[in-house]
Design a protein around this ligand. Sequence first.
Ligand code: 13P
Length: 225
Amino acid sequence: MLVAGNWKMFKGPTETARFLDELEVPAGVEVVLCPPFTSLAEATGRGIAVFAQNVHWAAEGAFTGEISVGMLLELGVEGALVGHSERRHHFGETDETVRLRCEHALESGLRVIACVGETEAEREAGRTAEVLTRQVAAIPQHEHLVIAYEPVWAIGTGKTATPEMAEEAHALIKGLHDTQVLYGGSVKPENAAELLGQPAVDGALVGGASLDPASLAAICHAAVS
Ligand code: 13P
């Protein structure tokens, strides 16, 4: 079971250090933390896997605001999120840039959590399977890649996919791509056991509820209960 905490644009180095001092992880769960770039150095070297929230496909170059695999590896970072819906919707990430980022990161020795998910309009229009199929097709198969299914309408909204909806989407993704699939979207200590109890749900990608060490630990306990 893998539980990843995506901190988004929260927690500088001081808060990161405090969080790690307080976090207690139960046996049987792998925890991955995805802090902002400026907190990565503080987070590494403490026995917990650290991933960046994005990574570029060039080794270096004139790409203002981007970060390279080499820069991350130098800090002891193990992997990166790629294609989060906030990147897709606010910053122009496309299936093609997701593919480029995934391929380069994997070739260069990083692990990857690649994100997919439909919007509310796409679900209501009955297009969920079509959208997931298109997004998954852009993601390379690799032993160090896992997919996160994050329905966009469930991110930060308090709305969670029902366990049946999550199971159906995960089964579809697993039919297209031989990989572990994490569920993300308003995962909390109260709903984690039910979601993570579904057969095709291999872990969670947690946003808001990963910002508090007790809450992240409670989700980890639910994952192994
Ligand atoms: P929330 O858990 O805050 O809904 O965020 C989910 C997410 O986007 C994780 O990447």
